[in-house]
Write a protein that binds this ligand. Sequence first.
Ligand code: RB5
Length: 151
Amino acid sequence: MKTTKITIGCDHAGYELKLKVINHLQARGVEVIDVGTHSTDSCDYPAIAHELCKNIQNGVTELGILICGTGIGMSMAANKHRGIRAAACSDTFSARLTRLHNNANVLCFGERVVGMGLAIDLVDNFIDAEFEGGKHARRVDMITAIEKDEL
Ligand code: RB5
């Protein structure tokens, strides 16, 4: 399914890169819902991750992108939410494979880790890939079962 709409969020450490990613997505014709933060003033990344995850859980968008300093704190916070499979990636192979095999619905990366060119490639690899299903669906279902304490 072609991605036409995406939620994006960042903390202060990911703000500048987020602006560039938003420009790129809009140039691709993707509608962007920006849940903040809206400046480089210090803020707490879990609050932003929570806002973004609510959009995914409520079906506002299928996919999301979270940017902080490293991508790690955002992914940790996002993965505490039911139904969220967030992947912190700093290479394009992982960004693509986490859609194909893990059905990841949130991509995380760090402005202090990746440059703009790589960030754009991460985003393109992530949103252009589709979950392969099959044996991978069984494994993703097991992740969901763990989440529900049913494994
Ligand atoms: C903020 O300084 C930094 O800790 C945050 O952006 C992120 O990298 C946390 O994982």
